[in-house]
Design a binder for this molecule. Structure first.
Ligand code: ZN
Length: 247
């Protein structure tokens, strides 16, 4: 662990986390996600550099736009805090090459989670990126780990599609979105034989969410819980915390 790198990871992670959350929220609104200047979501006032300092700008402005006083979507703040956290944990736990891949994967998950939280839809593009980065990370652990990931992705997909089918047959509502199935498969590619742990974390988080969120149709965005569980398990596995039991 290299202390200057860990310290540098904090602001860098916050900036790219901010970018990732913004991209996800823009995608949810049907806007061009990756390009375009920083602007207020409500009044479109352009934001100078001074108003895009992660976390600090949000805090100093009291969580609202200085021009129109509209509240800033909390997803921006979440993205900044999570981005900094993901970057710091990655460089602390992994050698730099793998740390960059794990950090990239975490940032893609932040974008996916923000999009899902805002629109209850998960972009295919982010799940594809998670699958590619997860596959490359699994291969770093060896060809057996990649094979385990491919098997886990296939089993996860089959099980979740079966669950969707049962729910749909019984209640007319599949509960789980197709986007959730794709993201879970992509994460399983990274987590391999440790994939059940992803659901051990994501399942209860989803249940807590159903209690807290009082939406009209009682549905929740499962993407953020899945993303959190998947990244935590993938990183622990990559860092060797599962020992020799799981490749
Ligand atoms: Zn504004």
């Amino acid at each position: 662990m290299n202390l200057p790198v860990v310290i540098a990871a904090l602001p860098v992670g916050a900036v790219v986390g901010s970018f990732a959350a913004t991209a996800g929220l823009r995608w949810a609104r049907g806007e061009q996600a990756l390009t375009g200047r920083s602007h207020c979501d409500a009044c479109n006032a352009p934001l100078g550099l001074g108003r895009t300092v992660p976390i600090l700008s949000y805090a100093l402005q009291g969580g609202s736009c200085l021009d129109c006083r509209a509240p800033i979507h909390p997803g921006h703040l979440f993205g900044e805090v999570l981005g900094a956290t993901v970057a710091m944990i990655s460089v602390m736990a992994l050698p730099i090459g793998q740390a960059l891949l794990a950090m990239g994967l975490g940032l893609v998950l932040i974008a996916a989670g923000a999009a899902d939280a805002a629109s209850r839809r998960l972009p295919d593009m982010t799940s594809l990126a998670v699958a590619i980065l997860g596959g490359v990370l699994a291969l770093q652990r060896g060809p057996v780990a990649l094979l385990a990931g491919l098997a886990a992705a296939a089993i996860t997909g089959a099980l979740l599609l079966a669950i969707r089918w049962v729910f749909a047959a019984r209640t007319g509502d599949p509960k789980l979105g197709q986007g959730d199935v794709k993201l879970a498969m992509a994460l399983a590619l990274w987590a391999g034989a440790a994939t059940p742990w992803v659901f051990v974390i994501a399942g209860p988080l989803g249940l807590v969410q159903t209690r807290l969120v009082k939406s009209a149709d009682r549905s929740i965005a499962f993407g953020p819980a899945l993303a959190l569980g998947g990244w935590a398990v993938g990183l622990a596995l990559q860092a060797g915390l599962f020992g020799d039991l799981i490749p």
